[in-house]
Design a protein around this ligand. Structure first.
Ligand SMILES: NC(=O)c1ccc[n+]([C@@H]2O[C@H](COP(=O)([O-])OP(=O)(O)OC[C@H]3O[C@@H](n4cnc5c(N)ncnc54)[C@H](O)[C@@H]3O)[C@@H](O)[C@H]2O)c1
Length: 276
């Protein structure tokens, strides 16, 4: 595959899962990589792998919800590497629980990380991406940004919002003539720590939910996901579906319209929220 030699790429949530795989593949493709996470141990592991590859790397603890820190971080990355070409707004969390039993703070927390984190990263880096003359914003939504499921309203809301935000951004970049590609990523089930790190409403068994995800839903490796995402970036695709499950589910939703809700909910209800 064609490389990203000489490009400067920023990956949030790079201490685990898809972000870690993206950072490593970018490093292998010749990019200079700025990685960040709140999990400093995971981040250090990614940094070690990038150094072993020989990729120039800048690693920082960054909470994507901290807007001022994110703005300062964008300037620091641009100063360190001299430019910034790509931002992968990848950091994310999940939460399970019906709306009826979820607290406002649970829903707000998911929106803060999964939506506002993406807004913060996009806005902080956009001036640098435009200045680079060859920029790209890659925002990680989910198949849950294409259809909703019971027990995932907070996550669905954040991921639909990421999709809306990113699709508008792509059109704005085209209309304004800015040299910035924009790609929305919709992964299906990827084998990462997301479910094990997820929160859950009172009364739900988090371990059981994580096991259902790990055993039955997560089918694609993070490495494979990273390769699919990077291929879409090279082609400047507007939207990329990651994994065969994502493709099937997307097709089903297109064919059935809102009728998917009647089809999905009994099955997903059993899989995602077994105690309710
Ligand atoms: N795994 C899947 O099946 C799947 C499917 C669709 C979308 N996604 C999305 O992919 C992205 C990556 O998730 P993953 O599956 O690799 O999960 P993961 O839990 O393995 O990795 C997420 C990383 O984000 C970091 N993070 C969490 N909150 C943060 C914050 N406030 N600031 C900075 N970093 C933070 C975590 O510490 C972790 O290292 C997320 O946006 C997720 O919603 C995952």
């Amino acid at each position: 595959m064609e490389g990203f030699a000489g490009k400067v790429a920023v990956v949030t949530g790079a201490g685990s899962g898809i972000g870690q795989a993206l950072a490593i593949e970018l490093g292998r493709s010749g990019a200079k990589v700025a990685i960040s996470d709140v999990d400093v141990e995971g981040l250090a592991a990614t940094e070690r792998e990038l150094k072993a590859i020989g990729a120039p790397v800048k690693a920082d603890r960054l909470d994507v919800t901290e807007r001022e820190a994110f703005l300062a971080y964008a300037d620091a990355v641009a100063e360190h590497f001299g430019k910034v070409n790509q931002i992968y707004n990848n950091a994310g969390i999940a939460f399970s629980g019906d709306i009826e039993v979820s607290q406002f703070k649970d829903i707000e927390r998911v929106m803060d990380v999964d939506f506002w984190g993406v807004v913060n990263g996009t806005k902080a880096f956009l001036p640098h991406l435009i200045a680079s003359g060859d920029g790209h914003v890659i925002n990680i939504s989910s198949v849950f940004g294409l259809f909703s499921v019971p027990g995932q309203a907070a996550y669905n809301s954040a991921k639909f919002a990421v999709r809306g935000f990113t699709e508008a951004l792509r059109q704005e970049m085209i209309l304004s003539g800015h040299p910035v590609g924009v790609t929305t990523v919709h992964p299906g089930g990827i084998k990462t720590a997301i479910a094990r790190n997820a929160g859950a409403a009172e009364g739900l068994d988090r371990d059981e939910l994580a096991q259902v995800f790990d055993k039955r839903l997560a089918k694609t490796s993070p490495h494979r996901a990273a390769l699919v995402i990077l291929d879409a970036v090279r082609k400047n695709k507007a939207r990329v579906l990651v994994g065969p499950d994502a493709k099937v589910l997307d097709a089903l939703v297109r064919v059935t319209g809102s009728g998917y809700q009647r089809l999905f909910s009994p099955v997903l209800r059993r899989m995602l929220a077994p105690k309710h």
